[in-house]
Design a protein around this ligand. Sequence first.
Ligand SMILES: N[C@@H](CCC(=O)N[C@@H](CS)C(=O)NCC(=O)O)C(=O)O
Length: 214
Amino acid sequence: MTIGEMMSTKLSYFNFPFWRAEPSRIALHIAGIDWTDERPNREMFMAMKQSGTLPFGQLPVLEIQGVSYGQSNAIARYCGRLANLYPTDALQALRVDELMSAPEDLMIYLGATMRETDPERKLELRRAFAQERLTPWLVHIENRLLLNQESDFAVGDSMTMADLTLWRVIRWLNDGILDGVPKGIADGHLRLQRLVCAVEDHEGVQSWQNRETN
Ligand SMILES: N[C@@H](CCC(=O)N[C@@H](CS)C(=O)NCC(=O)O)C(=O)O
């Protein structure tokens, strides 16, 4: 291992701002550490997978000093700690974890719609997902957020990894990106909308979005 590899931190994920990796990218940016933002394409991902270096055969992967770690929420918590975006208090951390875990429930059902190859059947599955799974999920999230009176963020008075995660999930599901999931499906949830605005107004998030990429 070279000195560079020993000192390095590298986060690898596909080139889109998905909730499994973007919150960790932003946390590393806010932490101000030196890190590499690797964005493999499909071909590179297949090569990584075949080389056996991905701990769970999937992305995201965080490499620290030449050792790779998987599982998006574990990575997010680690990056969150570096950036002070994850509570030290156990109960506050439980509240953050609860909200960070919730998107996995959606992924169980969405996965089946992603794998469907027949376009009509895919749309049917997506509509059912939106109505039967996403709609009640949004109500649960809204109700959990209403418990926090301290700020527009999810837990306590400042931004945490729960906010970054929910923000990316909502942007993805609310912006008409997924065929069959109606654009604006979360618009009626005003507490959630306040969270989205608070995240987008956050200095660290703005600095990430305005960064120079070349
Ligand atoms: N439980 C894992 C799931 C990761 C996952 O599903 N990654 C997807 C991309 S979002 C992936 O690598 N898919 C390609 C594959 O499984 O071959 C985590 O939380 O990181």
